[in-house]
Design a binder for this molecule. Structure first.
Ligand SMILES: [Zn+2]
Length: 591
């Protein structure tokens, strides 16, 4: 029996801060001794003052010099370890303009998706020229999506502190103090280039974990600054995803000063994410040798030939499987996981209450990129991470999913040509040129009408306002967020004039958008819901504690915010996972 279930979608207000602020220990402690607010599960910090860099029990205390040598050695080991990897790198940037009520708000946006060649030398000549066009100088002139060999310029510089010259000849290291980043005890060092050591050298702070002295975070910029140009500031985070290594995952950058009298005209904030390290072409051959061609029998109850209709469905399923497999291999689709189950629960709720009984269950998958889009192929609904992040509640998620469910119910099946496997043979970088799942305007209108009908019979019937409000907020911001609204595989939410067309009927019945109303959360900032494992591309829901909003500036709909991942050691994370199921499965009494 299928029941209507709550999908465990947390209420809006709790998601306004994308990652747990609790992870941030105050950075103002001046000595080695730490305040008492350390997580219970980790070892207490030693209260010995000064340079008490002693290791837990078994290890011999070490000097600062020895620690610095190990940091340098570990950084070179990481560079070596990653040199054959070509992960995906995605940068989303919002140019800012001051707004009296809302603070700095986006005035235009830019999006880049590419591959990062970790084996390349890093070219630091690509600094930001003040006079050159913004996009050209920031993105190194590369605007084409998903281009291979994206030179690790601009935002991906700070993958490493310094790829060539990270040593004592070029840098001075000063121990500052210890602090926790999430659950990981770290030593903080100030790193400054030596005099006349060269140009484009790192200047800032590094955090190293206190067991193997791997760098887990870098914060700073590059010096000396060239004439008429500058290097931007970056905050770069790594995650312990492989035993012994901390893998670059997030880079946040921000420039601009809106204080009174400032002449700083350039202002932006940008997030870069790196993932797909292990989307390896290697290993696929192992797969082949492991392949056991046992005598596989047809398991259908009555062995018989397929009817024309059954053949048609089998064909569509083959296309669906091909597309999903290919997208996952390109690093664009997360492997099946718990977030899919949350999405499927919502779809299921709509199906049950509408007595929809399809020959195959409808599935849902997560595309791991920022731009807001959905599409469906066969019986699978695909929804982007950026979209899931910004939806304020379960009802608005249901509204978005209902549009794709409507396409499936109405039999608007696209993509059956992909049942021919030769159509899967293209480079990952040309995925967007080879795949496309856009419906014509007539099917879009029909799907919207059907979606509203489905929603009115669903458990979300009384909460359609939140979906409408979300779309209104999107409409209000659409002119400034054209990159975020450019879909790459599915239909866009807006028409070519920037008007939101998707489910516009919901907008007419929604309450009016009110920026100053603190209890009205129309849309969330980016990054608030989905956490991506950069090594294996798995996604999971973020567990953030509720944070209350104190001003209209806290709302930040569709905006980029800094990263503050809760760092954990590999293994320690798995232990907490086990006791912390993400989906609450309560039946609510209906059906
Ligand atoms: Zn559609």
């Amino acid at each position: 029996m299928r029941n209507v279930k709550h999908c465990g979608w947390v209420v809006a207000a709790s998601l306004l801060v994308p990652v747990s602020l609790a992870a941030q220990q105050p950075a103002n402690s001046s000595g080695a001794s730490q305040p008492a607010a350390t997580p219970a599960s980790v070892q207490p910090v030693s209260t010995t003052p000064g340079l008490a860099l002693s290791q837990p029990a078994a290890k011999v205390p070490v000097s600062v010099d020895q620690v610095v040598d190990t940091i340098i050695e570990r950084e070179h080991a990481l560079i070596q370890f990653l040199k054959n990897r070509t992960p995906l790198v995605e940068t989303y940037l919002q140019n800012l303009t001051p707004n009296e009520k809302l603070g700095a708000t986006p005035k235009e946006d830019h999006y880049f998706l590419g591959r990062l060649d970790m084996g390349d030398t890093i070219d630091r000549r690509d600094y930001l020229m003040k006079q050159a066009s913004f996009q050209r100088s920031l993105m190194g002139g590369v605007t084409k999506l998903f281009r291979i060999q994206y030179q690790p310029m601009g935002f991906s510089w700070m993958v490493f502190a310094d790829r060539q010259n990270f040593d004592r000849n070029h840098y001075d290291f000063h121990y500052i103090h210890r602090e926790f980043l999430g659950e990981v005890k770290c030593l903080m060092f100030e790193v400054t280039p030596k005099k006349n050591a060269g140009v484009g050298l790192f200047k800032g702070t590094i955090w190293v974990e206190d067991q193997d002295y791997n760098i887990v975070r870098l914060n700073g910029t590059y010096v000396p600054r060239p004439k008429n140009a500058f290097y931007f500031h970056m905050d770069s985070w790594r995650l312990n995803l492989v035993p012994g290594y901390w893998i670059p995952a997030y880079i946040y950058s921000e420039e601009g000063d809106f204080s009174y009298g400032s002449h700083d005209k350039l202002a932006f904030k940008a997030q870069s994410r790196i993932w797909g390290y292990d989307v390896s072409r290697e290993g696929r051959e192992d797969e082949l040798t492991d392949l056991k061609v046992d005598s596989v029998k047809d398991e259908s109850p009555v062995s018989q030939d397929l009817s024309p209709l059954e053949a048609q469905r089998a064909w569509q399923q083959q296309a669906e499987d091909n597309v999903l497999e290919r997208l996952q291999r390109a690093g664009l689709l997360a492997p099946q996981g718990d977030v899919d189950k949350v999405l499927q629960t919502v779809v299921n709720n709509i199906e049950i209450t509408n007595n929809i009984d399809l020959p195959r269950p409808v599935r849902a998958r997560v595309m791991v990129t920022y731009p807001l889009e959905t599409f469906s192929v066969g019986n699978t609904i695909v929804i982007s991470r950026g979209l899931i992040d910004t939806l304020p509640d379960e009802a608005s998620l249901a509204a978005i999913l209902s549009h794709e469910l409507a396409h499936i119910v109405l039999g608007h099946n696209l993509g059956s040509k992909f049942a021919f496997t030769d159509r899967m043979l293209f480079s990952d970088e040309s995925t967007y040129q080879n795949f496309g799942f856009r419906h014509n305007p007539e099917e879009e209108t029909a799907a919207d009408a059907k979606a509203v009908e489905l929603l009115k019979n669903s458990p979300y019937a009384q909460k359609l306002g939140s979906g409408g409000l979300y779309l209104k907020q999107l409409q209000a911001r659409a002119p400034e967020l054209s990159a975020l609204l450019t879909s790459h595989l599915g239909n866009s939410f807006t028409d070519d004039k920037g008007q939101v067309t998707r489910l516009s009927a919901l907008m007419t019945s929604a309450p009016s958008l009110d920026e100053s109303k603190l209890d009205q959360i129309a849309a969330l900032p980016l990054g608030g819901r989905i956490k991506l494992d950069p090594w294996q591309d798995h996604v999971e829901m973020i567990k953030a504690a509720p944070v209350s909003i104190t001003s209209a500036r806290d709302k930040m709909p569709f905006e980029v915010t800094p990263f503050f991942p809760r760092l954990t050691r590999l293994g320690a994370a798995a232990a907490t996972e086990a006791t912390n199921p993400t989906t609450a499965q309560n039946t609510d009494g209906k059906n």
